[in-house]
Design a protein around this ligand. Sequence first.
Ligand code: ZN
Length: 148
Amino acid sequence: MYSMSKIAQVTTEETLRCGAQWLASANLRPTRQRLALAALLIGDGEHRHVTAEGLHAGAQGAGEAVSLATVYNTLRAFCEAGLMQEVTVDGSKSYFDTRMDDHPHFFWEDSHTLTDAPAHQLEITRLPSAPEGAEITSVDVVIRLRRR
Ligand SMILES: [Zn+2]
């Protein structure tokens, strides 16, 4: 799946229930705000790539009074709990991904959105050696796109 999922703008009993399960799977306390954000992120079962600003806008659309700082801290907590991973595109902006396996990304330069790229088409045959005294911890693949 590499289609783009917009951030949900509404929470329902069903998406809140999914959000609660998601938090419970990581032993995170289901505060009201965490629940609402979790429901918006994964409540419909789709994977999402969000920025703190984008999720904040979605939360406001859903009538959730939550500050941008709280959204940001909550996304960080979700990452620390192993529920999400952070993808850095250009160093200035962080994207947060609900999909946890290693996979490459497309970055759409015109809309500043991140989508999954087909992992089976990626082949990395050789990497530069890590410098003396260092080891490679991960390789992030972000393919930047421009529409023609
Ligand atoms: Zn992804």
